[in-house]
Design a protein around this ligand. Structure first.
Ligand code: BTN
Length: 256
């Protein structure tokens, strides 16, 4: 991969034509794949989204990639989605020159529409295990492609910039940001610089939001992100913490 500046992420690279899901592939082959392995596919026949949803596949229009990390302490894994969101946001911004904010917890946007989704999975055995970070970036979908899948709040790099970005340049821009983010997280946790950078890019903060959990919906004001990655909201005058992975958060009148 041209311009890859990482030591580990993407140094082993497996580009597949078609697979059910790159995340599932990494999980099923974790024993054979090295730490930092990156698996991509031109087409996913059963791409997975968050909260049990599907990740729609438009052939040749998206980047579907998964990164395998070995020997991850279980308590570290819950923040991987937010850290990956931060790295994708910073990487894509550097690549495109456009602002790519994060909608808590880990959707990366362009022009208030979703550009990238992230699904982290893990298998833990005792004190350690492996994690798979799955990243789907919309590269070249048209408005008609999104309409066909009833994706009202989605955009692609092509729609937003008018330019066709290659899978490789997008992948490299993400990996080059993600590796230092993970190194800083291991050294310092999520409390200092990383948390500040995340908050600066988080479009959810300061907004009135709908919090959808277990089929129930509440309305509140999103005021902060805490060092556990939880969204702090004021609901009926009370401060509550919303945990990533348990809820969907939407704007009062739309996606953001
Ligand atoms: C979401 O926003 O719901 C998360 C979407 C994650 C999609 C990516 S595409 C590559 C990897 N393989 C999958 O099956 N899912 C993730």
């Amino acid at each position: 991969m041209n311009n890859l500046r990482t030591n580990q992420l993407g140094r082993y690279f497996l580009p597949l034509d078609e697979v059910d899901s790159t995340n599932t592939y990494c999980k099923n082959h974790a024993d054979e794949l090295p730490h930092g392995a990156v698996v991509t596919a031109l087409r996913q026949t059963a791409g997975k989204g968050r909260l049990g949803r599907q990740w729609a596949d438009v052939p040749d229009a998206g980047l579907a990639m998964s990164i395998l990390l070995h020997d991850v302490p279980p308590q570290k894994i819950s923040l991987f989605p937010l850290l990956t969101g931060l790295a994708v946001s910073e990487g894509l911004e550097q690549l495109t020159g456009l602002h790519c904010p994060i909608k808590w917890s880990n959707d990366v946007l362009i022009g208030e529409k979703k550009l990238c989704g992230i699904l982290c999975e893990s298998r833990l055995t005792g004190t350690s295990g492996f994690a798979v970070i799955g990243i789907g970036v919309n590269l070249a979908q048209s408005a008609e492609d999104f309409a066909q899948h009833a994706l009202v709040y989605a955009s692609s790099l092509l729609l937003a910039t008018g330019r066709r970005f290659s899978r490789e340049e997008v992948m490299v821009s993400i990996l080059n940001r993600l590796e230092p983010v993970l190194i800083t997280y291991t050294a310092e946790g999520f409390s200092g610089d990383l948390l500040e950078r995340y908050k600066q890019r988080c479009i959810t903060l300061g907004r009135n939001v709908r919090i959808i959990r277990e089929g129930k919906e509440q309305t509140g004001l999103a005021t902060d992100i805490d060092p556990d990655g939880a969204l702090v909201c004021i609901i009926n005058g009370k401060k509550i913490r919303v945990l990533a992975g348990e809820a969907s958060v939407r704007g009062l009148y739309g996606y953001v």
